[in-house]
Write a protein that binds this ligand. Structure first.
Ligand code: FDA
Length: 305
């Protein structure tokens, strides 16, 4: 029954008034301006947490938006470096025209990585839906050739193909050009043909991939709020005596802050993903679909006084 309610909520979410979605979203979005993102990042830095900032606005349909996103990212980097924020940058290739003009998308992202590398900083390519994986793997490898230490990729444990992708990518792992991944479960709604749907299977694959990365000396951002995965990661870190500068934990802004603090208190590096921007709607509806229980809480707080 609860599952049916959750499914129904997930279906109607995209049609909800923006005002309603904002009630939920403000907890997870740093704000609409770069100044808002800096303020949130400064506060996280004070808590001993570094950040990765992301300008919202994926799946663009007009190439002019790609230019706007490029300009804004260059501004973000300039502002974040000036404010001496402890953090790096995340971006989604479809924000830069991957669906419209892949070469322009590459050139745009190259410009961003070039500026980050001037500041000895780093850009993480988020992984989007399964149809984008081949293109985003190639994009990453091309950027890695140009900026061997300034770019990383996300891999998703729910995809059945990820194990094979990882084995291929490991061939590109050299001391001068090391791989750097964020490992997450995956957030898009993929079909059972290509993705594990069962939570336990996803977790098993996650820990298998993590073990392989840690054993191969790949830097990993362990991106999860799942206590079972965090426990599993702790065990692997202990088992292989992984040095503290070879991994970090990562969480989303606004999600499980207590668990985040406990990981920091245990002495591990933590990075929080700080999304901001005018285009918060798509990001928020995905988070709500992922966790419809949140929508139930909001509905309750609106109707049950
Ligand atoms: P799970 O979903 O099982 O959550 C564990 C617990 O965390 C829940 O029981 C709940 O308590 C809490 N929780 C999780 N999400 C919550 C939410 N939205 N609101 C409130 N509580 C919540 N995906 C992708 O496909 N491509 C990408 O590039 C990225 N990038 C990325 C960066 C970072 C830093 C993180 C942490 C995550 C991503 N993701 C992502 C999203 C990821 O794939 C996944 O969907 C979410 O992290 C949720 O999975 P968990 O591992 O947290 O487990």
């Amino acid at each position: 029954m609860t599952n049916m309610i959750n499914k129904a909520i997930a279906t109607v979410i995209p049609y909800c008034p923006k005002k309603f979605i904002w009630v939920f979203s403000k907890k997870y979005i740093a704000g609409v301006s770069v100044q808002d993102a800096i303020k949130v990042s400064q506060s996280l830095n004070e808590q001993g947490v570094c950040v990765t900032v992301d300008l919202l606005g994926e799946f663009i349909t007009n190439i002019r938006q790609a230019d706007e996103h490029l300009e804004e990212y260059l501004q973000i980097i300039a502002s974040f470096e000036k404010a001496q924020i402890k953090g790096n940058y995340s971006l989604k290739p479809t924000s830069f025209g991957l669906l419209i003009d892949p070469e322009k998308c590459y050139q745009n992202i190259r410009g961003i990585v070039a500026l980050a590398s001037k500041h000895k900083n780093f850009v993480r390519i988020d992984m989007e839906d399964a149809q984008r994986v081949d293109q985003e793997l190639l994009l990453y490898l091309r950027l890695k050739r140009a900026f061997p230490n300034n770019v990383g990729l996300v891999l998703q444990a729910y995809l059945k193909r990820t194990q094979a992708d990882l084995e291929e990518l490991l061939k590109e792992h050299t001391p001068d050009s090391p791989l750097n991944f964020r490992l997450c479960k995956g957030i898009y709604n993929e079909s059972a043909d290509i993705a594990f749907k069962d939570g336990e299977k996803i977790n098993r694959n996650y820990l298998k991939l993590l073990e392989r990365m840690l054993c191969e000396g790949v830097y990993v951002g362990i991106a999860t709020h799942d206590q079972a995965l965090i426990k599993g990661a702790y065990e692997l870190i202990d088992k292989y005596n992984v040095p503290k500068d070879m991994y970090e934990f990562q969480m989303l802004y606004g999600v499980t802050p207590k668990l985040r603090s406990s990981i920091v208190a245990d002495g591990h590096k933590m990075r929080v993903y700080v999304p901001y921007g005018e285009d918060w709607f798509g990001y928020s509806t995905r988070r709500l679909k992922e966790n419809p229980k949140m929508a139930q809480h909001i509905i309750k707080s609106i109707f049950v006084k």
